[in-house]
Design a protein around this ligand. Structure first.
Ligand SMILES: C[S@@+](CC[C@H](N)C(=O)[O-])C[C@H]1O[C@@H](n2cnc3c(N)ncnc32)[C@H](O)[C@@H]1O
Length: 295
């Protein structure tokens, strides 16, 4: 996160939701396409994250299960769940994402009785308590202003014994050199400032016209990142029992990423994924996939 982003005032809830909506409305087509026509290594990794999450869910759902896909985006997880025989309720704040989801469901030929889409924030969707057999939350939690409240809401709507599969980005990952990359960038900025001193500002006129009346405030979507321990605590504080956690994806390497190109990135991703099968390095992957249960 940049210095500006850290010091910008936190938007109020409604404003925050607006920002998420605007951001994902603008990127909806990319999210709809990435699973079918990956353009970057990261797209492949995201598609694989969906497949891994669906494999976890498949152990707990089947014909007739009712599943919530929170932050369902273009509905690609929901499609896999419907192929498993589930009925899916997708909730998303972005109407553009839901347009793609609807189109994708229709193209795949699913009976409209098998799916429902609500264009709303998690709290605005007015979901019934203990109504879902399972919940999928992929790439959702990190955008929530109050993650603890979001998890409590998911707990409320899940049936006792139901399963939640949820992902979130890690704070310290191999890709950001376990959090050290930002020190490298800070040092590089400092050195280049020392080597290239700023040119002196031209002299200002005695009276400078003021443009506009109010100060512009830079708002940002807060995207959280998690340590394994904090993610686990958030889940257990909401009432969930964590049954498993797996790291996923080793891409977007800072500093060397551009130099090694897509092939290099793919190689690193595959190499780390292979190592993760024998050594417990998953907590430093790009994403964590948690499976949790409502007691
Ligand atoms: C990174 S995308 C992931 C989409 C999909 N789950 C996937 O994995 O392809 C996150 C989605 O969550 C939605 N979202 C974020 N916060 C939300 C909220 N509070 N309520 C509903 N949807 C939300 C966004 O609009 C966006 O479509």
């Amino acid at each position: 996160m940049s210095q500006d982003a850290q010091s910008a005032p936190r938007p109020k809830d409604a404003e925050h939701i607006d920002l998420i909506e605007t951001y994902f409305d603008a990127n909806a087509k990319d999210w709809s396409d990435l699973y079918s026509s990956a353009k970057r290594v990261n797209d492949l990794v995201l598609a694989d994250r969906k497949n891994a999450s669906v494999r976890h869910l498949a152990k707990h759902v089947g014909e007739g299960s009712y599943v919530l896909d929170v932050g369902c985006g273009a509905g690609m997880t929901a499609i896999d769940l419907m192929r498993l025989g589930c009925r899916v309720h997708g909730v998303d704040i972005s109407s553009k994402m839901l347009d793609h989801a609807r189109e994708n469901f229709e193209q795949a030929g699913f009976d409209p009785k098998r799916w429902e889409l609500s264009c709303a924030g998690l709290f605005g969707a007015e979901l019934e308590s203990e109504s879902f057999d399972a919940i999928a939350g992929l790439g959702f939690l990190q955008y929530q202003d109050d993650e603890a409240a979001a998890l409590r809401e998911l707990y409320r709507v899940l049936k006792p014994g139901g399963t939640l599969v949820i992902t979130g980005p890690t704070q310290r990952k191999f890709a950001n050199w376990l959090g050290m990359a930002r020190y490298y960038y800070a040092l590089r900025r400092r050195v280049s400032r020392l080597l290239k001193p700023k040119p002196k500002a031209p002299p200002q006129p005695a009276s400078k016209p003021v443009e506009g009346g109010s100060e512009e405030v830079l708002h940002v979507i807060s995207t959280h990142a998690y340590s394994y321990g904090r993610f686990r605590r958030l889940l257990s504080d909401a009432g969930f029992e964590v049954t498993s956690c797996k790291g996923h994806g080793y891409v977007n390497f800072e500093i060397i990423g551009r130099r090694i190109g897509s092939r290099g990135e793919l190689f690193l991703h595959r190499a780390f994924t292979a190592v993760a099968k024998v050594l417990p390095i998953g907590r430093w992957a790009n994403d964590l996939i948690f499976v949790a249960r409502k007691r």
